[in-house]
Design a protein around this ligand. Structure first.
Ligand code: C5P
Length: 229
C-alpha cells in the first residue's frame, strides 16, 4: 500500500498535463487540492483516472453530517482513491462521511482526517479556538476520534507519524507531507523529513515542490520512490 503522492499544486489544467507529460508511461499517485479542483472540477479528475492515475482528492470537508454525507457520495462516484475531512467536524460527521463514501458494492475510497492544520499555532489553538490543551495532545485526541469513527487514518507530519501509529495502531494510515530530500531546499516547510526517514512510519508521503520544481521531475519522483519504498 505504500506510495509516493505528488502534490499537484498547479494553477490549471494545462500546467498539470504539461507536467505529467514528463512522466512517460509512469502513472504516479496525484494529490488534487481545492485550487485545482475548483478550477477544473470533476471532468479533470475523471480524465486523470482514465489515464490510470490514483487520486487523493484533498478537499478537507467540514460541514453538518448530512451535507458531508451527500458531498462524499458525489466524490466517491468520481472513483477517487483517498478523500479527507476535518476531524474538528466531530465523530458524527465522520461516521456520516463514511456512509456517504461507501458505494453500493461496499467499496469506498480511503478516508483520512486532518487533525489540526500545521498553520495553527499553539497560541491560536488556546486563544482563538479556546482549546486549552497542547497541540500534541489535541492532534492525538483528534486522531483517536477519527479512529473511533471508523476512518482509515490521518494527515500528519512525518515527525508525528510514529506517535500516531503507537496511539491508534500500526494499521491506522499516516499520510505525511513536509517531505524534503536530505540535500534540498526546505522552502516554507518547517517540520520536515526525508523520504528515507518517513519510510518506517508513513504509509504515503505527499511530495510537492521537490518533484514539481525539480529540473528533472521524473528523476526526482523515482528518487523518492527508491528512498521511501
Ligand atoms: O511543495 P510541498 O512538498 O511543500 O507540498 C506539500 C503539500 O502538502 C502541499 O499541497 C501542502 O498544501 C500539503 N500539506 C502540507 N502540510 C499539511 C497538510 C497539507 O504541506 N499539514
Amino acid at each position: 500500500m505504500k506510495d509516493v503522492i505528488i502534490a499537484c499544486d498547479f494553477n490549471g489544467e494545462k500546467e498539470l498535463f504539461d507536467f505529467l507529460e514528463q512522466f512517460g508511461s509512469y502513472r504516479p499517485f496525484l494529490k488534487i487540492g481545492m485550487e485545482l479542483f475548483y478550477a477544473t472540477g470533476s471532468v479533470m479528475v475523471r480524465e486523470l483516472k482514465k489515464r490510470g492515475h490514483k487520486i487523493f482528492l484533498d478537499l478537507k470537508l467540514h460541514d453538518i453530517p448530512n451535507t458531508v454525507k451527500k458531498a462524499m457520495s458525489v466524490l466517491s462516484s468520481l472513483d477517487v482513491d483517498i478523500c479527507n475531512l476535518h476531524a474538528a467536524g466531530g465523530t458524527e460527521m465522520m461516521k456520516y462521511a463514511i456512509e456517504g463514501l461507501t458505494r453500493k458494492d461496499g467499496t469506498r475510497p480511503l478516508l483520512i482526517a486532518v487533525t489540526q492544520l500545521t498553520s495553527t499555532s499553539q497560541e491560536t489553538l488556546n486563544n482563538e479556538l479556546l482549546i486549552n490543551h497542547s497541540m500534541a495532545d489535541t492532534v492525538m485526541h483528534y486522531a483517536k476520534n477519527a479512529l473511533s469513527a471508523g476512518l482509515d487514518g490521518v494527515v500528519c507530519s512525518p515527525l508525528e507519524a510514529e506517535k500516531v501509529k503507537s496511539v491508534c495502531g500500526r494499521d491506522f494510515v499516516t499520510v505525511t507531507p513536509g517531505i524534503r530530500f536530505a540535500d534540498s531546499e526546505k522552502g516554507d516547510q518547517v517540520r520536515i523529513a526525508d523520504p528515507a526517514f518517513a519510510k518506517s512510519n508513513s504509509d504515503f508521503i505527499v511530495v510537492g515542490r521537490p518533484i514539481t520544481k525539480a529540473k528533472d521531475p521524473l528523476n526526482a519522483y523515482l528518487r523518492c520512490v527508491k528512498e521511501f519504498i
